[in-house]
Write a protein that binds this ligand. Structure first.
Ligand code: ADP
Ligand code: MG
Length: 568
């Protein structure tokens, strides 16, 4: 008798399932992409595990994914000969959602079907998408290297519980059978399933097989009595790792589908860059700029890094060593011919070729962004809105590429007087006033405070543009950006402003002002002696009577607020 028990889904998994079943009708076919993607991941994991111990292959290294449809039974079955799962892993992986962002994800749901289904893609709750089309799902699996008797059968109707029992399994790996809902039987149709596989899984390096269909006309009446031939399988997808193909052979749609595979993002990438490097170091990279920030972009342990392959063998996800932190939003693949197959995170940290690859990939990523800025202003604006804040960490982290990064920055300035950050430093330099040798900026806690800063009065009067900075990272950014194209940055709220004496007349006027106000200044100094370091008469104000100025070398006002908030 089969030892079978019924367990409840974890609360959050239940909520997600409910959502899948009741609100995601718009793009149902993606379930196949998700399940094939899991099958391919499982084969990647097995390949990797076999590097250390090839006994687990049981002599079978012909990796493949099989998809079978049965029109009468209204089922579709996806089978892989990958790593498989033991009982505990089945419960952990298919009964709970261990991912840290689940709560955040559920909180961000809008109730709008279309938006929510995109969120699901972004979150990557792949397996549960089976319940979009299935009223019942059966998973039969056995972990590679374990005996046949270790097979596990998991079953669920996707409501609040699942059952799990023992069921011996000859082959290692996993078979997932979907019993389709009555309005989803199209996915038991051979032709329909083939086209979905072509659409989403062409780039997967493992062959996806389906039973060969007998072509009409081939069938000979007189053969009817003959016993049916063994079914033959044929490969439906392209089945070569996309990045190993040459650029000219890959369509944009293929690049986009591959992006969805590596990033778990439903949306299209903004751009990508695919390169093969030969010579002292040999590697291929395929980098993507996503169209949207993941909801956990600001979490410390949000996923970052590239998928690492060595000689086309998958080694690890989230290899962080190949790009600096400020480019953590970049997704993609790097496939090296130089690293050892048994490379670990520790080895990566020390390996000399990793450093060279990192600096080359960093340049590559920055060049890709520069190209995007040049070729598509709308897309670049999207990029900046989603990731600009992260890029602003760049000048502090990456001294060598400071100028390149600075060129990619976008600011709100007094030129447009709008909160949208869309002006580059090159734009600014193109509007310099005669004799202006500095790039002026003001930092405040929000845009309106920046825009209304009394420090700006004299600049507005003279038509000199000022960058309006109000992001949290801006003080940090400006403390690492000293100059751009030979022009120094100057905080208009700091110290003396040498531009005050633009002409001889003004100089005379200022001296006169100085004299006239001497008595007042002295009196103010005395009465404010505890509050301020100095009092000066100034020409920088045209409407306001007075303003506070930070000393040239003091901490910026915003930095000070951050320190105060941190209890310093
Ligand atoms: P993700 O693929 O993003 O991890 P999924 O919901 O698609 O999330 O899958 C959850 C987990 O279930 C996977 O991480 C994996 O551990 C396990 N899993 C799913 N399908 C398979 C499979 N075919 N073979 C082995 N493990 C699988
Ligand atoms: Mg998945």
């Amino acid at each position: 008798d089969v030892k079978k028990e019924t367990l409840g889904f974890q609360t959050e998994a239940k909520q997600l399932l409910h959502l899948m079943i009741h609100s995601l009708y718009s793009n149902r076919e993606i379930f196949l992409r998700e399940l094939i993607s899991n099958a391919s991941d499982a084969i990647d994991k097995l390949r990797f595990a076999a590097l250390a111990d090839d006994k687990i292959l049981e002599g079978q290294s012909d990796y493949q994914i099989r998809v079978e449809v049965d029109k009468e039974a209204a089922t579709v079955t996806i089978t892989d000969n990958g790593i498989g799962m033991n009982r505990e892993e089945v419960i952990d992986n298919l009964g709970t959602i261990a991912k840290s962002g689940t709560a955040a994800f559920l909180a961000s749901l809008t109730g709008d079907q279309k938006k929510d289904s995109q969120l699901i893609g972004q979150f990557g709750v792949g397996f549960y998408s089976a319940f979009i089309v299935a009223e019942r799902v059966e998973v039969h699996t056995r972990k590679a290297g374990e005996p046949k008797e270790a097979g596990v059968l998991w079953e669920s109707q996707g409501e609040s519980e699942f059952s799990i029992g023992e069921l011996p399994r000859d082959e290692r790996g996993t078979s997932i059978r979907l019993f389709l809902k009555s309005d989803c039987t199209e996915f038991a149709d051979d032709w329909r399933v083939r086209s979905v596989i072509k659409k989403y899984s062409d780039h997967i390096s493992v062959p996806v097989l389906m039973l060969k269909q007998e072509a009409p006309g081939e069938h000979d009446e007189s053969d009817d009595e003959a016993k049916p031939e063994a079914p033959t399988w044929e490969t439906v997808n392209e089945a070569t790792a996309l990045w190993t193909r040459s650029r000219s052979d890959i369509s944009d749609d293929e690049y986009k589908a591959f992006y969805q595979h590596v990033s778990h993002d439903f949306d299209e990438p903004l751009t990508w860059s695919h390169n093969r490097v030969e010579g002292k170091l040999e590697y291929t990279s395929l980098l993507y700029v996503p169209g949207r920030a993941p909801f956990d972009l600001w979490n410390r342990d949000a996923s970052k890094g590239l998928k690492l392959y060595v000689q086309r063998t998958f080694i690890m996800d989230e290899a962080e060593q190949f790009l600096p932190l400020y480019l953590r939003f970049i997704r993609g693949v790097v496939d090296s011919n130089d690293l050892p197959l048994n490379v670990s995170r520790e080895i990566l940290q020390q390996h000399p070729s990793v450093d060279s690859m990192r600096s080359a990939l960093t340049k590559r990523a920055l060049d890709m962004l520069a190209k995007l800025a040049k070729s598509d202003a709308d897309k670049y604006a999207t990029f900046w809105r989603e990731f600009g804040q992260v890029l602003k960490e760049g000048p502090a982290e990456d001294f060598a590429n400071k100028e390149k990064i600075a060129r990619l920055l976008r600011f709100a300035t007094t030129h447009m007087d709008s909160e949208t950050q869309d002006q580059s430093l090159d734009d600014y330099l193109g509007r310099l006033q005669e004799g202006q040798d500095k790039i002026y900026y003001v930092v405040a806690e929000n845009f309106n405070t920046a825009r209304r800063s009394p420090h700006l009065e004299v600049f507005r009067k003279r038509g000199i543009e000022v960058l309006l900075l109000s992001d949290r990272v801006d003080d940090w950014l400006m403390s690492h950006l000293q100059e751009f194209e030979g022009k120094k940055f100057q905080d208009v709220a700091r110290g003396e402003l040498d531009m005050e004496d633009a002409s001889e007349e003004e100089k005379a006027e200022r001296e006169k002002l100085q004299e006239e106000s001497q008595a007042l200044v002295e009196r103010m100094k005395q009465s404010l002696s505890d509050e301020v370091a100095d009092v000066r008469a100034t020409a920088r104000l045209t409407d306001s009577p007075a303003c506070l100025v930070v000393g040239e070398f003091d901490m910026g006002a915003q930095m000070r607020r951050i320190m105060e908030a941190a209890g310093q």
